[in-house]
Design a protein around this ligand. Structure first.
Ligand code: PLP
Length: 403
């Protein structure tokens, strides 16, 4: 008798890699993505392709032979254009040496973590939050320390700063501050940001400041500012060197698939970031960077159109879902997600699957976003009014019947 060949087995896999967290949003997308006619509100992107003036710039750069190896920190024209954008938006001088171009906001966060934490260190993150934060933290060998925020149907989400301060231990190296926040829309006030900086100063921590939704600010209290409050509005000169900003072209300029973003931090980190990029991705396609220059330089009307669309989308979901019995949806202060609570629903994952089956609408289950999200759903409203009205029409009977 011939013996069966042994099934191939892998050599030992790095346990940290093996323990990489599954994405609760990815699971839903896998479940429903092929349904004809499904309205996908589960990921954080709009429905408009990148406008032609940006695409044309990439094609032009390609035709011009911009196809060679690139600079690890980004081509100088792009670093300058981003620095000029930041100076326009927040005031102050343009500082291109502080800008490091990355593969989306995701790589910016990953590099920030590599700079700030070693395996075993603790990274404090308020939750519910973008799951990639804690996925990336765990994949790096550091540990996430989650600080649940509190929710009130009348006033929305609040971060208890004292509770966050109490979560800091001798192993803590980093505070993640995402404002406006995905998925809650929570937007830090200047007082919150001052308090967070004070904690970081007291314990000598890094702050990874993810302000990628800063242009999407709907709180009338911030209308005069024209954007959400930023940590750079309140920092003292000595704070600047402990803040690493994660940023991206994805949302403002409708470029999610381009995978371009940037990390902003102290210029003296340039040598380290250069090495981390060299040994990670070796930079961003040169012709895409030339197009990103055009986006950030000439794209303000596009950003304004994106904001206007999100404002209308927020109104449609807040009015359409917020009035349903059994749905609690205080309008979010920022970002572009509705995050309603369905108090009678103990299992948001199961409900999100039912909404695929019964309403043909894709939503992200609150369970994907960490402690505090269990009976919530996340719906992206950066989409056309027509799609959102239709989504409300389809969701309403299922959500009402589920009570
Ligand atoms: C809070 C937050 N930060 C960063 C990102 C990164 O986006 P990207 O990697 O597409 O630039 C996202 C994307 O959804 C996000 O929600």
């Amino acid at each position: 008798m011939t013996s069966m060949p042994k099934p191939p087995s892998l050599p030992p896999v790095n346990p940290t890699a093996e323990g990489v967290l599954p994405s609760g949003i990815g699971e839903l997308i896998g479940y429903g993505t092929d349904r004809p006619g499904l309205i996908p509100l589960w990921v954080g992107e709009g429905d408009r392709p990148t406008p032609d003036f940006i695409g044309e710039a990439a094609a032009r750069a390609l035709r011009d032979g911009q196809t060679f190896y690139t600079r690890m920190l980004g081509i100088p024209e792009l670093r300058e254009a981003i620095a000029a954008y930041i100076a326009r938006l927040y005031g102050g001088a343009a500082e291109p040496d502080r800008i490091f171009v990355t593969v989306g906001g995701m790589q910016a966060f990953d590099i920030a973590l590599k700079i700030a934490a070693v395996p075993g260190d603790e990274v404090v993150v308020p939750t519910p939050t973008w799951p990639n934060f804690f996925g990336a933290i765990e994949a790096s060998g550091a540990h996430r320390v989650m600080v649940p925020m509190s929710f009130s149907p009348a006033s929305g989400w609040a971060l208890d700063i004292e509770r966050l301060a109490a979560a800091v231990t001798a192993r803590t190296r980093v505070l993640v501050v995402n404002s406006p926040a995905n998925p809650t829309g929570w937007t830090a006030t200047h007082a919150d940001l001052r308090a967070l900086l004070a904690i970081a100063r007291r314990h000598d921590l890094w702050i990874i400041a993810d302000e990628i939704y800063g242009r999407f600010s709907f709180d009338p209290a911030h209308a005069a500012l024209g954007r959400a409050p930023s940590i750079r509005d309140v920092w003292e000169p000595e704070d600047r060197d402990r803040v690493l900003f994660v940023q991206t072209f994805s949302k403002n300029w409708a470029m999610t698939g381009w995978r371009i973003g940037w990390l902003e931090g102290p210029a003296q980190l340039g040598r380290i970031v250069d090495g981390l990029i060299l040994y990670g991705t070796s930079g961003i396609a040169t012709f895409l960077q030339h197009a990103a220059v055009v986006a950030v330089r000439d794209g303000e009307p596009l950003v304004q159109a994106q904001i206007a669309q999100a404002r209308e989308g927020r109104r449609i979901l807040a009015e359409g879902l917020g009035r349903l019995p059994g749905v609690e949806l205080p309008p979010p202060a920022g970002a572009f997600y509705a995050f309603p609570r369905i108090p009678g629903e103990p299992d948001a994952r199961h409900l999100a699957m039912r909404l695929v089956d019964e309403a043909n609408v894709g939503v992200a289950p609150g369970t994907a976003f960490g402690p505090g999200g269990q009976s919530f759903l996340r719906l992206c409203f950066a989409r056309s009014a027509g799609d959102l009205h239709e989504a409300v029409r389809r969701l309403a009977p299922v959500l009402a019947a589920g009570r």
